[in-house]
Design a protein around this ligand. Structure first.
Ligand code: UFG
Length: 349
């Protein structure tokens, strides 16, 4: 790939892995990140893992005062397209501060759209989420399943997808002005780069299962709370489709290749999942095997808004992108543990 790609949120957990994959495929990358939930050290380590071709602009896409700078920097970079990951992503926080979530997630996207329009680079891979699906769909969940996000965070993802569809339709028949957009609906990204140099480093108490387990294993937290053991699943705990972050990253590179092809549609939704589910108890057992550490836990009440079970139908990604998840739950745990044990305090270690 000899492309020039903007990566918003490129210093974050998923973004850093996307950058390494793109750089490894021969692309040049301009990261735009305000470091609100990321570290400049991650940018340095991306460069260490995939030397050459990386630029970094510390700006906030949602801040009107940074808009001009961003539009100018994007134009100067002469991009072929963008991977858009910048945004807020904590479910609980989104319930408490919905206006901020809409302002930041949608505002950032609008600035990126304007910058790409100005640079005449109308290709975007958007970081969406399986959270756009309702909880009433039969598993495995395909892209045409009913959408019904359950919280403001999920609704910002859904609204952005709809906005991008409107955008794609608006210019579809204008020669030279048509957009090519892929909404990638991630299932549950976990794990880390096998080098152990980049990985997930959440601010404060982790909301998600894997970073919490990893912090228990490394001794930063006493015990995991398992949110419910009375769901109608095989062992009573919640079942999710965990996907290795490096498989996920590869899906972005494949999506950009696809959007650059002659047969690419103006806009498409694509699930990125492994296509199978693991329960919380199974995930804990796998992490225990990989880390050889004890993972003390207690069963706690169900968490508000959680559903029993969801996993992907990932056939569309296979058919359109030639992509499928390759790494196993044991790879996910081993790589997550390598990162956590080598960087017990994350990038501050
Ligand atoms: N869980 C626990 N204990 C914890 C954390 C999670 O038992 O401390 C359980 C949950 O109840 C669930 C499973 O582990 O059954 C996975 O939970 P995560 O929080 O890791 O993942 P979710 O499926 O809830 O989250 C996914 C995405 C989020 C997104 C969310 C929207 O990873 O980014 O869907 O609902 F915001």
């Amino acid at each position: 790939m000899t492309k020039r790609i903007i990566v918003t949120g490129g210093a974050g957990y998923i973004g850093s892995h996307v950058c390494v994959d793109l750089l490894g495929a021969g692309a040049s990358v301009l990261i735009i990140d305000n470091l609100s939930n990321a570290h400049e050290e991650a940018v340095r380590r991306i460069g260490e893992l995939a030397p050459g071709g990386i630029e970094f602009l510390r700006r906030d896409l949602a801040d009107p005062a940074h808009r001009r700078d961003i539009i100018d920097a994007v134009a100067a970079f002469r991009p072929d397209g963008a991977v858009h990951l910048a945004g807020l992503k904590a479910v609980g926080e989104s319930v408490a501060e919905p206006a901020r979530y809409y302002r930041v997630n949608i505002g950032a996207t609008l600035t990126l759209i304007d910058a790409l329009e100005a640079a005449q680079a109308r290709t975007m891979v958007f970081s969406s989420s399986a959270t756009v699906y309702g909880d009433a769909n039969p598993n495995p969940v395909g892209e045409d399943a009913a959408t019904a996000p359950a919280n403001p965070y999920g609704r910002t993802k859904y609204v952005i997808e709809e906005m991008l569809k409107d955008l794609a339709r608006s210019k579809a028949s204008e020669p030279g002005a048509a957009w090519r957009i892929a909404n990638l609906r991630y299932f549950n990204p976990v794990g880390a780069h096998p080098s152990g140099r980049i990985g997930e480093d959440p601010n404060g108490v982790p909301n998600n299962l894997f970073p919490f387990i990893a912090q228990v294993a490394v001794g930063r937290r006493d015990r995991l709370s398992i949110f419910g053991d009375d769901y109608p699943t095989r062992d009573g705990s919640g079942v999710r489709d965990y996907i290795h972050v490096c498989d996920l990253a590869r899906g972005h590179t494949a999506a950009l290749d696809y959007l650059g092809g002659a047969a690419a549609p103006h806009v498409v939704d694509i699930n990125l999942g492994a296509g199978r589910g693991y329960s919380v108890f199974e995930a804990v057992a796998a992490f225990k095997r990989a880390s050889n550490r004890d993972i003390p836990y207690m069963v706690a009440p169900r968490r508000d808004g959680d559903i029993a079970e969801i996993y992907a139908n990932a056939e569309r990604a296979q058919r359109l992108l030639g992509w499928r998840a390759e790494k196993t739950i044991d790879d996910m745990c081993a790589d997550h543990w390598r990162w956590q044990s080598a960087n017990p305090e994350g990038y501050r270690s």
